[in-house]
Design a protein around this ligand. Structure first.
Ligand SMILES: Cc1cc2nc3c(=O)[nH]c(=O)nc-3n(C[C@H](O)[C@H](O)[C@H](O)COP(=O)(O)OP(=O)(O)OC[C@H]3O[C@@H](n4cnc5c(N)ncnc54)[C@H](O)[C@@H]3O)c2cc1C
Length: 458
């Protein structure tokens, strides 16, 4: 069912990433007729399934945290009552070095109630002297007790400068790069403190690592959009949309020269795509102008995922393990894949992740795959033969999460125009949780605007 043009219940969502899919689902569930425009041929945006030589993998290996409450709720909504559980593998927070890494930091959160799960992790940690463990615990407590004491201009490296090197390099730096996709010398200490507080300051479950066991499109975007369609909504793929006007009778959206009017539009595109999604006239409205100015000042950080197939099983004591950053940072066992879809002769599929900028960016894809394979063989000389290797680089994976970065808030930008996207969430850095939270916030803004309009017209 598609409501007729001019129907004031019609809402458009531009962008079918996790933010747009969440907004569309929330609005469709509240009875609004939703049209989703996505310029790509498939939904999911920066967290989606891709086919490489016909092999389904993700555009980048993702890891979720137990503290991603809104994200987990959305996944549960679309997967039904017993949801989320089969789609996500839950593991205790752990830094476990893979292969031969003598002296590397090794710790695992205990299966004990908070805060003993972390206390236990520190007590049992290897590769850290007692003084380093004590200093780390003291800095984390200081962060929790007085987050306001962190200067807005402080980087993670500034804030932890007195921490013994082993604790900084072995724990703080890898967590910072993984969570903020920004190097500690450039990353905002305040945002990092917030992530640590959310993940480590709550229950034990909040600190858990969650690894998707399905591909990312199946985890949320596709089932969410199926539910939107079941509620009478519409998905238009391959449709690059632009908001061209905002007036009392609605917001105009143009796709390839064809215009439609909606009561409200949620613009859920990436920050570098915002200027394209807002035409010249809407872009000049004060709220839009401010958001465009902020997004226009962003710098971006890449994330590289190297997929490697192996002829025989590869021993891993956990599905997520630490590498030595030369050049791979984290190693994932691809539970999400199924051997039936892997290249012939492949018994194991691994993903190696390299976040943020670095020397690896100067390497061609093939050379990087070779370098990562060599790294794995250096750490574990008995590795079986490689059957398949592919590299995916997302050059603008996230905005660079630097100190004092001004970011727009999710929600209303101008009459009928609402903003969503991972870059708008005030609490989380650019993550799936930020995207889902922003999608919900934008949907709430639309519903409030509709309710206010209903009151006016009553
Ligand atoms: C490689 C990689 C690894 C990552 N790892 C993690 C991780 O481990 N954990 C984590 O939580 N997060 C991770 N992230 C971040 C996470 O993927 C993003 O924060 C999230 O997917 C952003 O969702 P979004 O909906 O805000 O934006 P996007 O996903 O960018 O969605 C925007 C959508 O809008 C569409 N669009 C743009 N312009 C138009 C237009 N004019 N008309 C129609 N459609 C348009 C785009 O095609 C896109 O589909 C990672 C990101 C990448 C790239």
């Amino acid at each position: 069912m598609t409501a007729p043009p001019g129907d004031r219940r019609r809402v458009a969502v531009i962008g079918a990433g996790w933010a747009g899919c969440t907004a569309a689902l929330e609005l469709a569930r509240r009875g609004l007729a939703v049209t989703v425009y996505e310029q790509a041929r498939m939904p999911g945006g920066r967290a989606r399934r891709v086919l490489l030589d016909g092999v389904p993998v993700d555009n980048g290996q993702h890891l979720l945290l137990g503290a991603y409450g809104e994200c987990l709720r959305a996944i549960a909504q679309v997967h039904g009552a017993d949801a989320g559980a089969p789609a996500l593998l839950r593991l205790p927070l752990a830094l476990q070095p893979w292969g031969r890494q003598p002296g590397a930091v090794r710790l695992t959160a205990w299966r004990a109630p908070a805060p003993w799960h972390l206390a236990g992790a520190l007590v049992g940690a290897r590769g850290l002297r007692l003084g380093a463990r004590y200093a780390l615990a003291a800095s984390l407590l200081r962060l929790r007790r007085d987050p306001a004491a962190i200067p807005a201009t402080a980087t993670v490296a500034d804030w932890f400068r007195d921490l013994p090197r082993a604790a900084f390099d072995g724990i703080v730096a890898p967590l910072c790069v993984a969570a903020l996709n920004t190097l500690p010398e450039e990353a905002s200490a305040r945002v990092f403190a917030k992530v640590l507080d959310t993940a480590l300051g709550g229950s034990r479950a909040d600190s858990d690592f969650l690894v998707p066991t399905t591909d990312l499109s199946s985890l949320l975007p596709e089932p969410a959009l199926r539910q939107v369609a079941a509620q009478g909504g519409e998905l238009r793929l391959g449709a690059a949309a632009q908001v061209t006007a905002s007036a009392a009778d609605g917001v105009t959206v143009e796709v390839e020269g064809h215009s439609e009017i909606f009561s409200d539009v949620v613009v859920a595109v990436g920050p570098h795509q915002l200027a394209q999604a807002l035409g010249a006239r809407p872009a000049d409205l004060p709220g839009c102008r401010a958001a465009l100015a902020m997004a226009g000042a962003f710098a971006y950080e890449p994330i590289v995922t190297v997929y490697l197939g192996f002829r025989a099983p590869v021993a891993m004591t956990a599905p997520v393990m630490r590498l030595d950053d030369r050049p791979g940072q984290w190693l994932f066992d691809r539970h999400g894949g199924s051997s039936t879809t892997w290249p012939a002769g492949t018994a194991t599929m691994l993903a190696v992740v390299i976040s943020a900028h670095g020397a690896h960016q100067r390497m061609e894809r093939e050379a990087l795959a070779v370098a990562v394979e060599a790294q794995l063989r250096r750490l574990e000389p008995g590795l079986p033969a490689v059957t398949w290797a592919r590299v995916i680089t997302e050059r603008r994976a996230t905005y660079a999460c630097t100190p004092g970065l001004a970011r727009p808030a999710p929600g209303r930008l101008a009459p009928g125009i609402h903003l969503a996207g991972d870059y708008t969430d005030a609490e989380f850095p650019a993550t799936l949780e930020a995207a889902v939270r922003s999608g919900r916030a934008a949907a709430v803004g639309v519903l409030e605007a509709r309710a206010a309009a209903d009151v006016r017209s009553a």
